[in-house]
Design a protein around this ligand. Structure first.
Ligand code: PMP
Length: 332
């Protein structure tokens, strides 16, 4: 690899790894796109870069300006890094329920962090609405608006999908992931379908989200709940509008945790729960397609972001979830 003159070039072009356990369990080849290898350690660096570049091109983001966003954390981390690299300030609004690591990270990166109580989307205090208001009230500021700004999914049409296609040498039978904004599933779905319309695109929806029922029965209705951060959507965002979803699965936290645990213990990959849910979804898709197929999914972020939650046995037990077995003696 040659040296690059620009730190922003480090976003994207992430490795793709064959996941041995999921592949052996299904007789398929299941590949994980290593988005934790981005500078901000998540898939959201891509959307952050495309949103900022788009605002510059539109002329809405001017030198020395401020980027304001409401986020579960990872988009904020991406925006803070991209903002630092390009000379913009960042104000990040986040629900106070997100992991301590994300809050500490955002402050460490120099973002101004605004924490708000978790609230339904219909509540004006919801983090998304709060971030829009702050952007309107701040001089020389833009609202990144990741949910309804389709520069987000364009990042995945133009980069993630193309990379997966190249890395799998044009032989892709299926792709699946969960949705937060929907930028990844819609963008990779559209990008792969443009390459080959026969690629099956599957949504892996966590409990507590409304999209499974929407794609299965035409009705936005949520059931159950999940502790996974960054995923679980209750509406059709602009990024999800027109997403080419062929099939859908509902994946529980327990099913996702099986793969978080196995990928760490057996393959040395330390991941967050949305990655585990994606891999559980890829296993379901493999069962549906049958042995011999080639499937890709997203390893969204690093598990180091969840040491106080997923990898904390006391926290896991407080949520009624099984701690990592090797941490069991620390649980009581
Ligand atoms: N996993 C994690 C950990 C995330 O932070 C996000 C983004 N909110 C996603 C998955 C989902 O990505 P997208 O917003 O593209 O749907």
């Amino acid at each position: 690899m040659k040296a690059t003159p620009n730190s922003l070039d480090l976003i994207g072009n992430t490795p793709l790894v064959l996941l041995k356990g999921p592949s052996e369990a299904t007789g398929c080849e299941i590949y994980g796109k290593c988005e934790f290898a981005n500078p901000g350690a998540s898939v959201k660096d891509r959307a952050a870069l495309f949103i900022v570049r788009d605002a510059e091109e539109q002329g809405t983001l001017k030198p020395g300006g401020t980027i304001v966003e409401g986020t579960a954390g990872n988009t904020g981390i991406g925006l803070a890094l991209v903002g630092n690299a390009l000379g913009y300030k960042t104000i990040i609004v986040m629900p106070e329920t997100q992991s301590q690591e994300k809050k500490d990270t955002l402050r460490a990166l120099g973002a101004q962090l605004v924490l708000v109580p978790a609230a339904p989307f219909s509540n004006p205090g919801h983090f998304v609405h709060t971030s829009r208001r702050i952007a309107e009230e701040t001089d020389n500021a833009i609202w990144a608006n990741q949910f309804d700004n389709i520069a987000n999914r364009r990042a995945h049409i133009e980069t993630t999908a193309e990379e997966i296609w190249d890395q799998m040498e044009g032989r892709v039978d299926g792709f699946t992931c969960a949705a937060g904004t929907g930028g990844t599933i819609a963008g990779v779905g559209l990008g792969l379908k443009a390459r080959d319309e026969n690629v099956t695109i599957a949504l892996s929806d966590p409990h507590g989200a409304a999209l499974y029922n929407y794609y299965a029965h035409g009705e936005l209705r949520a059931e159950g709940n999940s502790v996974a951060e960054g995923i679980g959507q209750g509406r059709i965002t602009a990024n999800l509008d027109g997403a080419p979803i062929d099939t859908q699965f509902r994946i529980s936290d327990e099913e996702g945790l099986v793969w978080v645990r196995r990928l760490l213990a057996e393959e040395g990959l330390c991941l967050g729960l949305s990655s585990g849910i994606n891999v559980a979804g890829a296993v379901e898709l493999a069962k549906q397609l049958g042995p011999g197929h080639r499937i890709a999914t997203i390893l969204c972020d690093t598990g180091f972001r969840y040491l106080s939650t997923l990898y904390n046995p006391v926290w896991m037990q407080s949520k009624g979830l099984p701690p990592m077995p090797w941490q069991l003696d620390k649980a009581d």
